[in-house]
Design a protein around this ligand. Sequence first.
Ligand SMILES: [Zn+2]
Length: 327
Amino acid sequence: MNDRKFEIGGPGANRYPVELEAPDIRPYRAGNCGIEYVSTFDSGKPGPHLMLAGLTHGNELCGAIALDWLLRQGVRPLAGRLTVAFMNVAAYARFDPANPSASRCVDEDFNRVWSAETLEGVRDSVDLRRARELRPLVDSVDALLDIHSMQHPTPPLMICGMTPKARALALGLGAPAHLVCDAGHAAGRRMRDYGAFADSASPKNALLIECGQHWARASAAVAIDATLRFLLHFGAIEQEFAAPKLAPLPASQRVVEVTEAVTIASDEFRFAAPYVGMEVIARAGTVIGHDGTRPVATPYDNCVLIMPTMRIRKGETAVRLGRIVGG
Ligand SMILES: [Zn+2]
C-alpha cells in the first residue's frame, strides 16, 4: 500500500503514472467483415467462434495492446473461428495521456447497455450505436474474452458473473489467481452477461478479465497472457506460439463471491484507508469508510474488498464486498 499515492489528487484524479503507450489501431479500421475495427478469421474446420474484445472501455489500454500484438503476429485459428474486435473505438480515439481517465466512454458506459431492452430501446448515444452495430456479431460468438483494466493497482481478476460454466472456464484457464463471481451492476448489463452468456442452460460462455491498473506496464503482459491462455484452452493456437509470452501459472486460484455493493448515499464518502482492492478484512464490523457521517462496516469475517472506486459520486458503487468460497 502506498500512502503517498493515496494523497495525490482529489477524488477521481489520476494518481498513477501512464507507463503504457496507446497503440495505433488505425491499420485495423477496415477490418474484414463489414464492421470497422473487427477482424474475423475462419479456419474452415469445426470449432467454436471465439471472440477477443478490447477497448470496451476506451481508456483501458492493455486490451488494445494485446489485440494489436496478436494481429501483428498474424494469428489464425487452428479450428473454428476467431474474431478480434476493438469495441468502443470512438471513446479510444479521445484517449489523452495527460487526462487518461476521460476516455472511458463517449456518452455512456458501453459495458452497461447489453440488455435487449436497451439495445432495442429508443435511447441513443455514440456508445449504444456501436453496441448495436456489434450485437449480431456478439450473437454468433460461442466464447468471449473481454479485456479490461482497473483504476487501482489491484491484482488481476477474472470476473465470472453468476454462472457455474463461467467459473469453470476461469478455473480451466488456470490464471489469474483471483476469480470474482458477481451479478454485475445496477446501472446496466455488461457484455459478459449478455443473452446466452448468462444462461446456465446455454453452452455459450464469457469472461471479463481485469488485468491490473489502467496504465501499468504489467497490465499489458497480463492481457497477452490471458488472451493466449484463452486461445490455448479452446485449441485455437499451438503451445509453441504461446509459450514465449506465457507467465507462470499461479499456485492456486481463489474464488470470491460478491455478496453486496456499497452504494454511495451522501455527497461525502471517504474510505478509511487507501484500499486498492482484494484486501481481506479479518473482522466483521471493521469500519472501511464513512458515507457522510454514517460508518460503513464489513458485514462478516474475512470480507474481501473488490475494486474500490475513485469516482466518488452519489449513486455510484463505492466498493463491492465478497466472501471467499473456494478455489
Ligand atoms: Zn473496464
